[in-house]
Structure formats: structure tokens, C-alpha cells
Design a binder for this molecule. Structure first.
Ligand code: SF4
Length: 496
């Protein structure tokens, strides 16, 4: 068997035998999840962390792992103190150590992660590296995981010693180290098995990420099934699944939350829409005019580029604002300049666009409120005006969250991505799929984040599409608000 097991392969094939078999024998069933931003963050964080200990020798990536191993050997023999991507192989197991501290009396391993906390699988990752090093005769003095400090707030130059947390996991990984040899044997057997391996659905299918083979592994389950219940914890779904309560028919008499039962009942019995007019009317009566509809787009940076930013903090770069003024629907918007900190200009624009003490609708307002609160903290001189907007936000999601308006097409969700098509299934102007370039928040985030990579012409096109996407978000809110009024027989007489 000439298979080489890398540390990422080892970690991904560890928890489920079927994964290994499918990845070798049915790779076409792998449904790619968009992870470019995660990979890009990982690369940037890894490169920055190399500077934690001063000068270092970098073993460049080479498709021929023997070249990397030979170069590492030469560097170790030269007595290099810090080696980045130091590469080693023992039997079938190969690893590149993110940062290796090489001392006369032994080595220290530093595995760098772009997350803000340690996940279980990282411990297996480090255990795998330590196993290889020890079997090659190295004395491993310490094994560490290096990750981002979510509490760190940038002020001036980046302070690497504060941005990164270094956690010693030498002792914690010992039980995992003892299992590496057997795990490798099992992985190799799974990869090379002639017969399809069939593990049942379990927690490893969902954590730490949803498995890319999940569609294939669930293909024989009845539809809809317990995994289609919205907002139920995965542990609860698995409990029901293991008890044989799988189809919606199996679940009707279960002692579960009434919201889940409502979803099941509506879908199973093809029920008509449920509308509680009285409650919806109460909600609408709390709104006042002029009425605004606000939506932000934000992006995140693993490594904070600007002052006042922590790793992965939401940075607003755009908003769309529809508003009803004298019975006419009007629109305004803001989109930051790429490559600059957009926050102050955005805050100033927001304050000038929204009159004080006016009612602002947001859908899932905790997000918009959180963004405004952070801006107010960042800019004390604007805080009063920003907090005035913050305090006057009302959540348009409430009637759907409370299930005062529920249809079977909402499939147990109150997210606007479900509510909108459920209410306006025939309206192409409200269909995000009809937008050309940007169809959801994560595409918007990536588009803004990479704008500087494009030439002027391409940038113009992307910016136009960003504006169209965000405008649809608030237009959709206007339509939902209009629909709620119609249901209650309120004549709003707005020209849209
Ligand atoms: S979906 Fe679950 S059972 Fe199927 S390969 Fe992935 S982890 Fe294994």
C-alpha cells in the first residue's frame, strides 16, 4: 500500500470509515461546500504566525514530498532554530509542521489554526504530528496549538503576541497519540476495501462541519424526515433517528416542541396558511411614519486590518435603506470603498439618511442592532445619533417568529430566505436566483473582500451587483410589510 496519509487526510478520515471509502471509490458524490474564505483565512493566519518567533526557514511546498523532507533534514542539520512547514514522513504518515522549534535538547511543535478556539479535531492533528516525530527519533518537548484571540482589539501595529494564543496541549494529546498507529491502519484498510463501507448517520456527519457526502448517505431516507425539522438541535434529531422516528409520519405523535409539530402537520397534511390577524395588527400598529427598512452587509477579517477590530468581527461595508415618505417609496444606499475602513463613512451616511426618533424595520434585528452598537462604541462622537437609530429598530421577523403567519412552504423557518418565497412564489422580482452575480450574504462578503483584486471595469460591475443585491433585501422587507397590511385589510396606499 503506497498511500500517503497527510495530517488533513488523517483528520478528515478519522471519525467515519465510510468517508474514506467514498472519497476513494465514489468521489463524484462529494458535494463541495464553499470554503474558499476559510482556506484563505487559514493561509493568511498561518503565514503571519510564522513571525511569532522571529527569523525562520521556510520549507516551500513541493508536489514531491521527498524534496520537502530532504530540505527539512538539511535545515535541521544546519541547526536552524525555527522552521516553518518542516516536513517529515514515518511509514505511510506524512506531515508538515506549521512551526517547528528546533533546540539542541529536542523540538517543539506549533500547529496554527485560524479559529478562535480549540476544536477536538485539532488535538488529533497535533497527535498525528507528534507520533511521526517521535517515531523518527525526535524528542518532542512540547506540542502547542496556536489560535486567534477573539478578545484582541487592534490599536496601531498588530501585536502578534496578543493576537495569537499559544496553548500547550502536550499532555492532553497523549491518549490520542497512542491511537494513531491503529487509526492509520484502519484508514488504509477503509481506503482500499473492495466492499462499500456503510456507516450509519451519526454526530460525526454534522460536526465539526456537515459532511460533503451527507446527501449520498441520506439518499435512502424517506422525505421529508427528522433531519428536515428546522431549528431542532442535531443531538435531538439523532436521538429520534436512532429510536426509529425518521419520517414525518413517525413523528406526529412524539412529545416534541409544538413548533416542530406544526411544521410536520402542515407539510404532511398540506395545510392552508395560518394567519393570526389580531396579533399581526398589533404588530403593525406599533410602527410609525416615516418608516425605514434597513439592511447591512458585513464582512470579517481573521487578521484585523484596521483599528478597533477584533478577529472575525462583523465589519459593515454596505447598507440599503428603503423608506416611505409621504406615501412614496424611496431608496438610498451606501457602499464603502474597497481597501479602506468603511465604517466611519457608513456611520455618518446612516445618521444623515435616517431622521432621529423614526421607526426603522430590520429583519432579524439583533444583527443590525449589533452592528450599530459596535459603530457607536467605535465612534463616541456619533454614539448618540447611532444609538437613537438602534433604539428605534423594530423586528419585521416577529410575526413569523411568533408563527402569527405560517405557511407550509416556510418549512419551519422564519428566515427571510424561506418567508419571502413562501409569500411571493410567483414574483420574479423578489427571486434572489434572478440576480446576476450576487445572490446571498456570503457571496456579497466575498465580493467586497476581493474587490481590490479586480481592474476598474470589473470593479464597477461587482459594485453594481452588490448594490442590486442589498437593495433587493430591503425591497423584500417592504413587500413583506405590505403583505401584512393587506392581510389585515389596511389600506396603505403607497406607490411602489
Ligand atoms: S455523511 Fe456521515 S456516514 Fe456518510 S460519509 Fe459523511 S460522516 Fe460518514
Amino acid at each position: 500500500m503506497n498511500d500517503v496519509i497527510t495530517k488533513s487526510l488523517y483528520c478528515s478520515l478519522l471519525s467515519c470509515d465510510r468517508y474514506a471509502w467514498l472519497s476513494r471509490h465514489k468521489p463524484e458524490k462529494y458535494v463541495e461546500k464553499k470554503q474558499e474564505d476559510i482556506l484563505q483565512n487559514g493561509k493568511e493566519v498561518g503565514e503571519l504566525a510564522r513571525n511569532l518567533f522571529g527569523d525562520f526557514d521556510l520549507i516551500e511546498f513541493n508536489k514531491n514530498i521527498n524534496t520537502m523532507i530532504d530540505e527539512t533534514q538539511e535545515s535541521v542539520e544546519r541547526g536552524t532554530h525555527i522552521i516553518a512547514e518542516a516536513s517529515f514522513r514515518f511509514e505511510n504518515a506524512f506531515c508538515s509542521v506549521d512551526i517547528l522549534k528546533n533546540d539542541i535538547d529536542g523540538v517543539e511543535v506549533y500547529e496554527v489554526k485560524s479559529s478562535t478556539e480549540i476544536q477536538d479535531i485539532y488535538l488529533d492533528d497535533v497527535a498525528f504530528q507528534v507520533y511521526i516525530l517521535k517515531h523518527l527519533g525526535y524528542r518532542v518537548k512540547k506540542a502547542n496549538i496556536v489560535y486567534l484571540n477573539s478578545e484582541y482589539v487592534r490599536h496601531g501595529d498588530l501585536e502578534l503576541d496578543k493576537l495569537f494564543v499559544i496553548e500547550d496541549v502536550t499532555e492532553i494529546i497523549k491518549p490520542r497519540e497512542a491511537l494513531v498507529k491503529d487509526n492509520i491502519t484502519r484508514i488504509l484498510n477503509n481506503l482500499n476495501s473492495k466492499k462499500e463501507i456503510k456507516n450509519d448517520i451519526d454526530s460525526y456527519c454534522f460536526k465539526p462541519y456537515e459532511c460533503p457526502f451527507i446527501e449520498y448517505c441520506m439518499k435512502d431516507l424517506p422525505k421529508p424526515n427528522v433531519f428536515d425539522i428546522r431549528r431542532m438541535k442535531i443531538t435531538d434529531k439523532l436521538k429520534l433517528y436512532k429510536a426509529g422516528k425518521i419520517s414525518f409520519e413517525d413523528l406526529v405523535n412524539e412529545n416534541i416542541n409544538e413548533k416542530y409539530l406544526q411544521q410536520i402537520d402542515f407539510e404532511l397534511n398540506d395545510k392552508d396558511d395560518y394567519i393570526n390577524k389580531e396579533n399581526i395588527e398589533d404588530f403593525l400598529n406599533k410602527l410609525s411614519y416615516p418608516l425605514y427598512f434597513l439592511d447591512f452587509e458585513t464582512y470579517q477579517q481573521a487578521i484585523p486590518l484596521y483599528d478597533g477590530i477584533s478577529p472575525y468581527m462583523q465589519i459593515p461595508f454596505q447598507y440599503s435603506l428603503h423608506y416611505i415618505n409621504d406615501n412614496v417609496l424611496e431608496h438610498t444606499e451606501f457602499l464603502g470603498e474597497e481597501g479602506t475602513d468603511p465604517r466611519r463613512k457608513l456611520a455618518l451616511s446612516l445618521i444623515s439618511d435616517i431622521k432621529p426618533d423614526t421607526c426603522v424595520l430590520a429583519y432579524n434585528m439583533s444583527f443590525e442592532k449589533g452592528v450599530i452598537k459596535n459603530l457607536a462604541k467605535m465612534y463616541p462622537d456619533l454614539s448618540k445619533a447611532l444609538m437613537n437609530i438602534h433604539d428605534n429598530i423594530v423586528d419585521l421577523m416577529v410575526p413569523f417568529y411568533n408563527r402569527d403567519y405560517y405557511t407550509k412552504d416556510m418549512k419551519g423557518s422564519y428566515s427571510i430566505k424561506y418567508v419571502l418565497p413562501a409569500l411571493f412564489s410567483d414574483d420574479p422580482s423578489l427571486n434572489y436566483h434572478n440576480l446576476k452575480l450576487i445572490h446571498n450574504g456570503s457571496e456579497a462578503m466575498n465580493a467586497f473582500n476581493t474587490l481590490t483584486d479586480y481592474d476598474d471595469e470589473q470593479r464597477k460591475i461587482i459594485r453594481k451587483n452588490l448594490l442590486e443585491y442589498c437593495k433587493l433585501d430591503t425591497f423584500a422587507m417592504v413587500k413583506i410589510w405590505q403583505k401584512l397590511n393587506e392581510i389585515c385589510g389596511k389600506d396603505i396606499n403607497i406607490s411602489i
